[in-house]
Design a protein around this ligand. Structure first.
Ligand code: C2E
Ligand code: MG
Ligand code: MG
Length: 630
């Protein structure tokens, strides 16, 4: 009577999927529980489909009570499975389950189950007559029920389409359409038991689109990732009392560049393993950038947890090739803060961690409750991370002009990144954040590399450019292999080191020995050095003498001060440098008068808005490419 050829492959697919699903860590979210319900129902529907169909075929061997019982269980589970798929749709559109209509939508399910159960007495859906299985007059209720819930799912998806991500909408529609097709196939070819296979495909769509646990765990040990964190928080923040303890590795980016990515990743894997072993009642998350979080009930012994982690970090972490000494700072957020969205919670946590990391300036004396400022800082950090990841840091060029001829002589490369809306974020905002977060190394390297590409692709001499100045942050100088890295980039682009002058700001000349060693090493590779923003720090002439600078750039403020109050200090300083054979560049030249006066008192080069603002590379080329005059 029945053909079982579709049932066994479905069962095998089911076991494969169960194995994949259950060996991985899963998030305790509603969607997961609903999916678990679908899996359990699917498994038992297949089993009872087999058993009851077999019993119906060999009815002579079974009593009527057995036949009733087996068929009844099958139909009850079958209806429940349809209903659970519908509940999954409710999960993905994130409706309030307690709303009136969400509750009302249970009614057709309950009514269908009631009809099914009553078949024992009424024979409505099926009956056993003369010991044989027969369809009842309301048998087609099975189809009506399926059509109703799949149809309702599609209507709901359409109504929420605007708030759903494209792939969520597409996958939601896909599994409902597959279920509808399954019903048609079952109606047309009832003897093949094909519905299970269609349900299995629908389950696969859900698994691949939403429920694959790999989507929510990091590839570094047994912890959930940022997507997992956001998904869980989105469900949690309105309903439960929770607390999150975050901690961040100090100097993560710096350590990473010294140790190498592989060693650091191994270390992170170990930390995640440790968190998952040591605190089984808390959920571990790895939020990239050396940031970790543990989430649990507000009533958990959080102080003890923090102490325990702190103590563990007093010990080193052993990876295959290195021993890592890492230190951490902590931050915490709990439900009492009443933050209005998952994103806000994450922003606050990340910011609190960054805050804790900085012993100086950046976020220290700011009021962390000033939400707008908090958001702005985190937005900049995100834009920076994105620009770096996608290699989208832009380089602008500002001409440096020869003071006597007023022809362009060189240019300064200045970094730019953009916010989510495509607007430029000024370096005054993102450079300090890049320095504090350690991203300055990557940033500096991108600017350096793009400058090299520009030199390779353009004829500098034809534009009147003798060289290009690139800013070097003191933090970059802490990279031991900086000189090798820069030399490798030069080689890759076939650029000579004389074509690049490195600017170091005076304020950074604090850690004397390290900086000097680095400068000497880079000088050995052929680079030349410029002291930037002179007058903004505390250097005296003798100290400057110990460094191999070839040019001094006067800080804009110093130049402007001179025009407010013309004392003899600036001319004296300029004379001093010239007697040391150093050339002078004056920055911030905005008027012809400033240009003339600074030329007169001995400035060799001038830079400022009078000549040009920093320009995107293509604009710079079209402005200076043909005509070399500034
Ligand atoms: P800086 O190296 O002293 O660069 C000169 C800054 O002065 C630039 O600001 C430029 O736009 C501005 N400027 C030039 N002429 C005038 C003028 O006539 N009037 C006024 N009001 N401003 C003028 P920008 O591009 O905003 O850069 C600010 C600072 O950010 C730079 O100061 C530099 O310290 C830093 N920076 C920029 N790009 C990089 C980079 O790639 N790496 C590093 N480490 N720092 C960078
Ligand atoms: Mg500069
Ligand atoms: Mg400067």
């Amino acid at each position: 009577m029945w053909n079982y050829s579709f049932v066994f492959p479905s069962l095998m697919m089911m076991f494969t999927l169960l194995a994949f699903y259950f060996v991985r860590k899963r998030l305790p979210i509603h969607m997961n529980r609903t999916f678990l319900g679908i899996l359990a129902l699917q498994l038992w529907v297949i089993v009872f489909d087999l058993v009851s169909s077999r019993a119906d075929e060999e009815y002579a061997n079974y009593t009527s009570a057995w036949l009733y019982a087996l068929n009844m269980v099958f139909f009850v589970l079958y209806i429940a499975r349809v209903f659970w798929f519908y509940r999954f749709t409710l999960d993905i559109i994130d409706t309030d389950r307690r709303s009136l209509w969400a509750r009302l939508s249970w009614l057709p399910f309950i009514a269908s189950e009631a009809v099914c159960l009553s078949s024992f007495a009424t024979g409505a859906m099926f009956s056993i007559q003369d010991g044989m299985y027969q369809r009842g007059p309301l048998y087609n209720l099975l189809y009506v029920c399926s059509l109703f819930y799949c149809g309702l799912s599609l209507v709901l998806l359409a109504r929420h389409a605007r708030n759903l991500k494209g792939h969520v909408l597409a996958e939601g529609i896909a599994y409902n359409v597959i279920l509808l097709a399954g019903n048609v196939a079952r109606f047309l070819f009832p003897q093949y038991l094909v519905m299970n296979t269609f349900c299995m495909i629908a389950i696969l769509v859900i698994y691949l689109g939403f429920m694959n646990p790999d989507l929510y765990i990091t590839d570094r040990g047994p912890a959930f990732n940022m997507r997992g964190f956001r998904t869980l928080l989105a469900e949690l923040y309105r309903r439960k009392k929770y607390r999150i303890l975050g901690f961040a590795l100090q100097n993560y980016n710096h350590e990473r560049s010294i140790l190498g990515g592989d060693q650091m990743d191994e270390g992170i894997t170990q930390i995640n393993q440790y968190l998952s072993d040591a605190f089984p009642s808390l959920l571990p998350f790895y939020l990239r950038g050396g940031r970790f979080a543990l989430l649990g009930k507000d009533s958990a012994p959080w102080e003890a947890v923090q102490r325990e982690i702190h103590e563990r970090f007093q010990q080193p972490w052993h990876t295959s090739n290195a021993t890592l000494y890492l230190s951490v700072v902590f931050a915490s957020v709990n439900s009492k803060a009443n933050l209005p969205s998952a994103d806000r919670i994450i922003n606050n946590l990340v910011l609190a961690m960054e805050n804790a990391k900085q012993s100086s300036s950046l976020w220290d004396d700011r009021d962390a409750t000033n939400i707008q400022e908090v958001d702005q800082q985190v937005d900049i950090l995100r834009s920076l991370e994105q620009a770096l990841e996608q290699n989208r840091v832009e380089v602008f060029l500002q001409p440096v002009v020869d003071s006597r001829t007023r022809h362009i002589a060189a240019a300064e490369a200045l970094a730019r990144i953009r916010d989510a809306g495509g607007r430029i974020i000024p370096p005054g905002l993102f450079i300090p954040i890049a320095e504090k977060s350690g991203y300055i190394n990557q940033l500096g390297e991108q600017v350096f590399e793009k400058t090299c590409a520009f030199i390779r692709d353009n004829d500098l001499a034809a534009m009147g450019l003798g060289w290009i100045n690139v800013n070097l942050s003191p933090i970059q100088c802490m990279q031991r292999d900086l000189s090798q890295r820069f030399s490798a980039i030069l080689e890759r682009y076939g650029v000579k080191p004389e074509k690049i002058h490195l600017e170091i700001t005076e304020q950074s000349m604090v850690d004397y020995s390290m900086l000097k060693r680095q400068i000497v090493s880079l000088q050995g590779s052929g680079f030349q050095f410029v002291l930037d923003d002179y007058g903004s720090g505390y250097s005296n002439l003798t100290r400057v003498k110990h460094y191999p600078f070839i040019n001094i750039k006067l800080d804009m403020e110093v130049v402007w001060d001179f025009f407010n109050d013309r004392d003899s200090l600036l001319p004296t300083i300029i004379d001093g440098f010239r007697s040391m054979n150093l050339s002078i560049t004056a920055e911030g030249i905005e008027t012809p008068e400033m240009a003339d006066v600074l030329t007169e008192i001995g400035s060799d080069y001038l830079q400022g808005f009078l000549f040009s603002k920093p320009l995107p590379l293509d604009e710079f080329v079209s402005k200076y490419g043909k005509d070399a005059r500034a």
